[in-house]
Design a protein around this ligand. Structure first.
Ligand SMILES: NC(=O)c1ccc[n+]([C@@H]2O[C@H](COP(=O)([O-])OP(=O)(O)OC[C@H]3O[C@@H](n4cnc5c(N)ncnc54)[C@H](OP(=O)(O)O)[C@@H]3O)[C@@H](O)[C@H]2O)c1
Length: 422
């Protein structure tokens, strides 16, 4: 039986989860993976009361882990710059690298994969996107014979948890607090709710499927903080719900790369994925649409993805499956302002004659068609919500139209959400 000697860097949530999972399932890993995984050294700048590493050697300086006789460094410190430095040092010392760190792959992927290739070692990162839910190897291996045209889905569990709860009538703030209490959201949840976490993940998937660079040359990112619970009931009346959607999609010979809230049809597969789960839809030429969903965070799920990388590493000597492909087959990323969407507008206006006419004539003067416009029940204080669905128009005209609608005498507030085409 082969043995793979491992050095872990970092001793937090994921690292201790990996340690425990290897201990707990070592027989299964040997049976199914044909490898004996040994943790020879841990880089931990302090002890973690949640896990006793037994007799495993501890290095207080994570960089000293690389000096040991190990095959692979498992980078689990998170963050970008120190993680990059650590990975570079591991690679140049001819150690393979396994990481769960989406941020370092997103920002420095191209540099690191190129360096790994030059040094004859691998970087594997299954758990960097959706933790243990197998998406990286699915794209790289199982779908290798397919031309992928679109990847879309909910890649941030916290956002999906918050939006699913708002769909049931909860408020944003209380649901965010609940997500934090349950340990889904980070103490500083900005990365989740401002959309960056999902952007990192779709950026990595896009690089795998479409050869876009890491970091990507262009990207549109918007979070979920402006969504109100009333948007859900108005959207549902029209057959939609609201999700935070990350999308990489071929548009002729260019690529759309974006992560933002979107109205999606209630009868779509993604609309029914609720709670903290991640879910994706992949459009392929040979097997059509594929759906994949699963836990996108947590100690055990992440450990599962890391162990799958370690098994993969021990079972293949090839380094040709590296992500770095130079400029070959790369799709340029489209300028977001050139994309075309239908929009949902929530317009809060004074309840007086002529309001609807002023809105529709402004839309006509901007040559933006209206699919539907409905005045809803009064909110009090002589104020009515008007729900407007536009025909498709260019993103570059969206902000200006919203500003001009708000400038109308009777309009008090306005917000909008893009509608994802079926
Ligand atoms: N948690 C999840 O569910 C999940 C899922 C998928 C991927 N990931 C990724 O997995 C990685 C680890 O996440 P985590 O949840 O385990 O984080 P964590 O609990 O905060 O653990 C991070 C560990 O790294 C150590 N560390 C950080 N910076 C360091 C430095 N400069 N030098 C030495 N040690 C350093 C920390 O030490 P101190 O305790 O001393 O600060 C801690 O032991 C991240 O890249 C994350 O994005 C996490």
């Amino acid at each position: 039986m082969k043995t793979l000697k491992i050095g872990i860097c970092g001793w937090g949530n994921v690292a201790t989860g990996l340690f425990k999972a290897i201990e707990k399932n070592s027989n299964l890993i040997q049976l199914n993976g044909g490898v004996n995984l040994t943790i020879d050294v841990i880089g931990a700048r302090r002890d973690n009361p949640k896990c006793n590493p037994g007799k495993t050697k501890i290095e207080r300086d994570i960089f000293d882990v690389i000096k040991h006789d190990i095959d692979v460094v498992v980078e689990l410190i998170g963050g970008v710059e120190v993680a990059r430095e650590l990975i570079i040092k591991a690679i140049t010392n001819k150690k393979h690298v396994v990481t769960a760190n989406k941020a370092v792959i997103f920002h420095h992927g191209d540099e690191l994969f190129k360096l790994a290739q030059e040094n004859g070692v691998k970087i594997l990162f299954e758990s960097a996107v959706c933790a243990g839910t197998p998406i990286i190897k699915l794209l790289k291996e199982e779908l290798a014979a397919n031309k992928v045209s679109k990847i879309s889905g909910m890649l941030n569990g916290t956002s999906n948890f918050i939006l699913s709860n708002m769909e049931e009538g909860a408020e944003f703030d209380s649901t965010l607090k609940l997500a934090q209490d349950k340990g889904y959201a980070e103490p500083d949840p900005a990365f989740d709710i401002e959309g960056m976490d999902a952007a990192h993940k779709i950026g990595i998937l896009s690089s795998l499927a479409f050869g876009t660079s890491l970091p990507p040359e262009d990207f549109f990112v918007e979070g979920i903080t402006k969504i109100q619970k009333s948007d859900f009931s108005y959207a549902m009346d029209m057959g939609y719900t609201i999700k935070h959607l990350a999308v990489a999609k071929i548009n002729e010979s260019s690529l759309e790369l974006r992560a933002h809230p979107a109205l999606i049809s209630l009868d779509s597969h993604l609309a029914n994925l609720k709670g903290v789960r991640n879910g994706m839809e992949i459009d392929t030429d040979l097997i059509g649409k594929i759906h994949i969903a699963g836990s996108g965070a947590g100690q055990e799920s992440t450990a599962s993805g890391l162990i799958s990388d370690l098994i993969h590493l021990s079972n293949t000597n090839e380094i040709s499956d590296q992500l770095y492909k130079g400029d070959e087959g790369k799709y340029p990323v489209l300028d977001f302002s050139n994309l075309v969407f239908q929009y949902y507008f929530y317009i809060e206006a004074e309840d007086k004659p002529g309001v609807m006419a002023s809105i529709t004539s402004l839309m006509a003067s901007k040559e933006v068609g209206i699919e539907s416009i409905v005045q809803k029940e009064e909110l009090g204080d002589s104020c009515v919500p008007i729900i407007l669905i536009t025909d498709p128009f260019k993103e570059s005209d969206h902000a200006e139209l919203q500003k001009e609608l708000l400038n109308l005498d009777s309009v008090r507030a306005i917000r909008s959400i893009r509608i994802e085409a079926k």
